[in-house]
Design a binder for this molecule. Structure first.
Ligand code: BGC
Length: 382
């Protein structure tokens, strides 16, 4: 072989290697880009932002409802899957949407009969869930167009969303100025910072409502769940808390030690029945210091090895096991969503808090600032 042939072979294989490496490497730097995601019936354009960190994790978030549309995360072998439920296009979100991924407010979860009293005045909200008010009403924050500003930050990339909820919107008092910032860090965390101020005394309880499936398909019954809570708030048949804080010990709600979601989901238990056969309850998180950022939940999916940890400053989390999904929704990539195909963890104040003086307060007064931090930390185990 001549020197020239050796040189040519070297260049040839070298280039193949470089092309191969180029295909597999995650971007070196975090970045964020904006595209159109369609238009609302009123002609308003909706944008979708792609947030990518330097390890190749990729989240898509739209400014309609501030919803997480996709979450692409590697498994233990580096294979990427989309682990959030949702639709391929805006149309789906407008048609039939059981809160796939959005910011929920002004009050996440239920308020009994849509009624509460503040400073001696009774307020009436829409009842959009049987006799109760759910997730901010008929047109909650999940159905609003948020003003979005992409940002590059030290830790990664961020999307800052803003919405002004007018005095009287959905029956709530006070103009509420809300900012929600999603930050995708280079430590593989999706951090959500919520803040709000008001000009009249009001109530606030904000959360995110992403449906997760750490395998990217199938049901979630084999996912292992740990919930850092000794107590939960039992509910009546309309899913309104009775006011009691009940020990999880000896119940199917004891997730202090990790066990599969499916292990006790079919037990003969009224709380599971009320929720249409599965989990849909608020757990009282163990916290030594109120409002401190602590580990609430750890979920592990054994086949993919994906692990999701949820840390929050909130006193509670709602764990909902997708009991109302029934196979009627065809989501992303033709995926049919069936009962128990996803879990939702909503960091929150307890449901119906305005009507339970023994629950942590959800009242926000002029001059005060509402804050909530929740971090979703993604990892893998072997
Ligand atoms: C509630 C469920 C409800 C679901 C709506 C959850 O936060 O707890 O009861 O059906 O949201 O998709």
């Amino acid at each position: 072989m001549t020197k020239l042939t050796v040189f040519i072979i070297f260049i040839f294989f070298g280039s193949i290697f470089i092309v191969y490496e180029g295909c597999n490497k995650a971007p070196k730097k975090a970045d964020i880009k904006k595209e159109s995601f369609g238009t609302l019936p009123n002609g308003k354009r909706i944008d979708i932002y792609t947030l990518r960190n330097k390890n190749g994790l990729e989240f898509k978030i739209m400014n309609y409802g501030g919803a997480i549309v996709s979450a692409k995360v590697p498994d233990k072998n580096g294979n990427i899957a989309d682990i959030a439920l949702g639709y391929d296009s805006l149309k789906g979100y407008l048609k039939n949407n059981p809160y796939f991924g959005p910011i929920v407010g002004r009050y996440a979860n239920r308020i009994a009969k849509g009624k509460f009293t503040l400073n001696g005045k009774e307020y009436t909200l829409a009842t959009n869930d049987g006799p109760n008010h759910l997730h901010g009403g008929i047109k909650g924050f999940d159905k609003k167009v948020w003003n979005a500003v992409p940002e590059k930050v030290k830790k990664g990339v961020a999307l800052k969303l803003h919405y002004l909820s007018k005095d009287g919107e959905e029956g709530y008092p006070g103009n509420l100025n809300v900012t929600v910032t999603y930050t995708l860090t280079n430590n593989n965390e999706l951090r959500i910072d919520y803040s709000a101020t008001t000009d009249k005394t009001t109530i606030v309880n904000l959360t995110n409502h992403t449906y997760w499936n750490l395998a990217g398909k199938g049901d979630i019954l084999n996912h292992k769940m740990m919930i850092n809570a000794n107590k939960f708030t039992p509910v009546d048949s309309t899913l309104i808390p009775t006011g009691e804080l009940k020990d999880v010990a000896g119940t199917p709600f004891d997730f202090r030690k990790p066990r599969t979601i499916g292990s006790r989901i079919n037990e003969n238990n009224l709380q599971l029945k009320y929720a249409n056969g599965g989990y849909d309850l608020n757990w009282v998180l163990n916290k030594n210091v109120p409002d401190s950022l602590t580990l609430a939940v750890r979920v592990t999916e054994p086949t993919s090895g994906r692990v999701l940890e949820i840390w929050t400053t909130e006193p509670g989390i709602q764990f909902y096991s997708g009991n109302f999904l029934n196979g009627s929704i065809v989501g992303k990539n033709g995926h049919v969503y069936r009962k128990h195909d996803a879990f939702v963890i909503e960091a929150q104040h307890f449901p119906d808090s305005p009507n339970h003086p023994n629950f942590p307060s959800v009242v926000l007064r002029p001059g005060e600032k509402y804050r909530q931090i929740t971090i979703y930390k993604f990892g893998t185990i072997r």
